[in-house]
Design a protein around this ligand. Sequence first.
Ligand code: HAM
Length: 441
Amino acid sequence: MPVITNRPYGTKDVLPAEVNKWQTVERCAAETAECFGFKEIRFPTFENTMLFKRSVGDTTDVVQKEMYTVTAKSRDNGKDPEDFTLRPEGTAGAARAAIENGLLNEALPQKVYYIISCFRHEKPQAGRLREFHQFGAEMYGSPDASADAEVIALAKSLLDRLGLTNVELFINSIGCPKCRAGYHKALKEYFEKRRDELCPTCLDRLERNPMRILDCKSPICQGIAKDAPVILDYLCDECSAHFEKLKRSLADMGISFSIDPKIVRGLDYYTKTVFEFITKDIGAQGTVCGGGRYDGLVEELGGAPLPALGFAMGIERILMTMENAGSEFVPAKKCDLYIASMGEAAQRKAAVLTNQLRAEGYFVESDVMGRGLKPQMKYANKIGATFTIVLGDNELETGRAKLKNMASGEQTDISIGESFIDEFSNNLIVEMFEDKLNTIE
Ligand code: HAM
């Protein structure tokens, strides 16, 4: 029978057989972030729309074309209905949560990371989804370029740990509002000469925020933008010095990078450093990580003036790159024991033993389908159980059973009474040890 409706266009299901790949990335990301002193933060999947308009910027593609916005039907406390938007990214929500909860009044720097789903109404293609997932990290409080280097080092360290060596780092500086005034003027003059060719959105951007034209996805606008002036030629002394220090710090840490003066990023909050990690291995959507400094955002959202910076990685793109590179994933947990049973009394005993072992943290299965012995053993094989036990009247009477090692066929006599857990765990330890020895040999 067909399902009543398929999943929405641009979304994905992650099935049990591949969830270990996700867990590999998520656990590695969390562990790496924690080594760098970042702590996990969780915040809502939707926020007031105004938050994204003010932070991501209302001249960006994300805000103008890609947000999933709903107007709540009922009024809260008699207030006007509000617009809510599914988060298109994590920086705004993390900053809002940090300000609202007083995190930024504590010892600085504050460092947070998150693993979240994000939503953008984009045209789906390989590596571009409407619901996608990000691992992100944000640091609040440091104006110094050593913080930029640390944040980049975190991203690089995670990519290395995941086995992604074929990913290149590109950096740029897009300056501060001071140096950007001159740059905007130069951009305006440049694009003004070709205004007839620009798309309608970029015509509006020409008036309100000419830098955004550099990020337009229309091939015609991209062609025109190719020869536009570059921001690096307009940096003020402070932004130049910041960029120089970042380059030195990255070189000190042995992190190789290229400078790409064309990187402006698709979100409005950035100042000074911007960066992207890009791979050529997964097609057109090869940016696996993007980030930068956003020194004005915390104040813009109502906090005290506080510099900040961070990045986010697209988990789907990371997984695609890992699969392409043949990276190793942590295997799914293996079933330690299947307890087969014949007859009702044996099935009840099997359930009790199963429960006892599970309480000790073992992965144990027994029959819940009311099947005969043969299909039970077939199932045990299918799920790859390390050991099996068959319980019948004889075993219940003697209080002893045969523990069968499914790989070697070897059988050991063990108690199914009081010492069951100890005897089973001893056998499992020996098996794990031998398995390890075999892999080393
Ligand atoms: P972003 O460049 O918009 O930056 O997204 C970060 C990463 O998310 C991208 O490099 C890409 O890997 C992934 N990504 C973005 N859109 C999609 C999509 N539609 N489908 C699949 N993956 C996607 C941000 O979101 C900033 N908040 C990053 C940041 C954090 N900057 C400072 N702190």
